[in-house]
Design a protein around this ligand. Structure first.
Ligand SMILES: C[S@@+](CC[C@H](N)C(=O)[O-])C[C@H]1O[C@@H](n2cnc3c(N)ncnc32)[C@H](O)[C@@H]1O
Length: 259
């Protein structure tokens, strides 16, 4: 069964459209053939989901998540890796070391759609599960270290839901890292002006000024690092450099937590 336009939730369409258009560029900074294949399959004009700042933000976050994941996987080559709220994202192929066990986890209807374009592989399996309920974690293989990736997911949660998710992760896995995308209180209040998200019905959830605010919700976690996407975006264009100054605290951040 082929994927159709209605299958792709609008907020999931944004990173896909951006990764596909970047992949098609000369000197592409990221290559994501799967995203390109999916967008080509849909055969619709997605240019409204691909404005400059969002484009640069998604490219930056993809590079930053990949770098961080590769470093962690070097340290823990047999880790259990979970892409929680995976959507249509294809991270496994970017970071696979031949040893990790990878699970792409999302809500039931999203996994159903994902199965139209992905198949399970030996160490890369799709699983139905929610970030708000740990039942699905009980059937996973046990590893000394768990690395959880949440990209473009926590931004849509209210504070209580963020707490539920963090508590669930610490209850479910003895030791782990969480790579989380965080956004500002400004975006929480002004999401309707976001250059790509304004074309969707989505609203942003609880925004933070610092990842330290997460620790109040889950004291078992500590904050390892927190880096604004500006740090990557400013490397590539004058507009990226300018935004890093005027939008200093506005851009999303990659925060790494450990427990
Ligand atoms: C904006 S998309 C991001 C997808 C992907 N991580 C990426 O960056 O391309 C948000 C994803 O979060 C998923 N999601 C929303 N609520 C969730 C929950 N409670 N548990 C797991 N996934 C959830 C959605 O189904 C959707 O796939």
């Amino acid at each position: 069964m082929e994927l159709t336009f209605g299958d792709v939730e609008e907020t999931a369409l944004i990173p896909l459209a951006i990764k596909a258009s970047e992949t098609a560029r000369d000197n592409a900074r990221i290559k994501d053939q799967k995203a390109k294949e999916i967008i080509d399959t849909l055969g619709v004009d997605v240019s409204q989901y691909d404005p400059f700042l969002s484009h640069e933000g998604v490219v930056a976050r993809t590079i930053m998540y990949r770098r961080e994941l590769q470093e962690l996987i070097k340290k823990y080559p047999d880790a259990l890796c979970i892409n929680l709220g995976c959507g249509f994202d294809d991270k496994f192929s970017q970071v696979d070391n031949g040893r990790i066990s990878w699970f792409d986890v999302d809500l039931e209807d999203q996994i159903e759609k994902r199965r139209k374009v992905y198949s399970d592989q030996e160490r890369c399996t799709m699983k139905v599960g929610s970030a708000l309920d740990g039942e699905w974690t009980k059937k996973l293989p046990k590893r000394d270290m768990t690395i959880v990736v949440m990209e473009g997911v926590l931004e849509y949660f209210q504070k209580e839901q963020v707490k539920t998710c963090l508590n669930m992760l610490c209850d479910s896995f003895d030791h782990g890292y969480l790579l989380a995308e965080l956004h500002s209180p400004f975006l929480e209040k002004n999401g309707k002006h976001h250059d790509a998200v304004k074309h969707t019905n989505a609203t942003f959830g609880w925004g933070t000024n610092s990842g330290l605010e997460y620790l109040e919700l889950e004291p078992r976690m500590s904050l390892v690092s927190e880096t604004s996407y500006n740090e990557e975006m400013k490397k590539y264009s004058i507009r990226g450099k300018i935004f890093a100054v005027i939008g200093k605290n506005l851009n999303n951040r990659l925060a790494v937590f450990q427990w």
